[in-house]
Design a protein around this ligand. Structure first.
Ligand code: ATP
Length: 235
């Protein structure tokens, strides 16, 4: 689904990614981990066609996202911090706005809200939602056009355990429908709960990639220990 081949990305004199090779398979939930500044956002920008690799190639569903950005983004849903919702609009107005942008029906917007268990929030102002409600609406907004690929950036940051558990259930549901999920998170429990494989970036280089259990076995005992060993104290 996503392939990065020998990708280097420089911003002027800053090298954000160095010779990155990554293959994310259709239908898998893949965790993109790394300390602040490691290159996670840069990787997403390359995948979404919002940045061009300085060297190497990026492919999403066989397409070059820089050349075919619109086609790639049509297949992508994104949940970023804040949910990309307009606070002064109701939930339903927000959904209709995005449905219009993607050229999908009101029915699709309605179905997305139902799938995320958020149809009772339809007439609420987005700015007045709790964090958990907002994230469910943000997910509905991200999936209403039926994307094959979903990028989730810290999806449960600041949520209580119950809301986190509910959101994880919704994310697993999407996975079971065959959606490929790229998850960026600093919450190792979340990563373990959701991801088939993870890649750990450190200063723009990949320092580990594999199933959470394999990383723990090699660098553990916990995923947090593995993360610290690979990106922190032991280096
Ligand atoms: P965080 O967890 O803090 O969001 P990140 O892993 O997403 O970090 P990136 O935002 O990809 O990291 O940044 C990687 C490196 O590239 C950093 O050194 C950052 O300062 C640099 N960088 C990112 N975008 C730009 C830009 N537009 N111009 C210059 N440097 C940039």
């Amino acid at each position: 689904m996503i392939q990065l081949i020998n990708v280097t990305k420089r911003y002027g004199t800053v090298t954000a990614l160095t010779d990155l090779n990554l293959k994310i398979h259709e239908g898998e939930t893949f965790g993109l981990l790394g300390p602040n500044g490691a290159g996670k956002t840069t990787t997403l920008r390359l995948v979404a066609g919002l940045a061009r690799p300085t060297e190497g190639q990026v492919r999403v569903a066989g397409l070059d996202p820089w050349e075919r950005g619109d086609a790639v983004r049509r297949q992508m849903g994104v949940v970023l911090d804040g949910g990309l919702l307009y606070n002064d609009l109701t939930v339903w107005e927000n959904l209709l706005l995005f449905a219009g942008l993607f050229g999908v029906s009101e029915r699709a917007a309605h179905d997305a809200l139902v799938q995320m268990g958020a149809s009772d929030l339809k007439n609420r102002l987005a700015g007045k939602l709790s964090k958990g409600q907002r994230q469910r609406v943000a997910l509905a907004r991200a999936i209403l056009h039926g994307p094959r690929l979903l990028y989730l950036d810290e999806p449960t940051s600041g949520l209580d355990p119950l809301a986190t558990d509910e959101l994880h259930r919704l994310i697993r549901n999407l996975r079971s429908q065959g959606v490929t999920i790229l998850l960026s998170s600093h919450d190792m429990a979340e990563v373990e709960a959701l991801c088939d494989r993870v890649c750990i970036l450190q200063r723009g280089r990949m320092v580990a990639c594999g199933a959470p259990a394999a990383l723990k076995a090699e660098h553990g005992p916990s995923l947090t220990d593995a993360f610290i060993q690979l990106t922190g104290r032991a280096q």
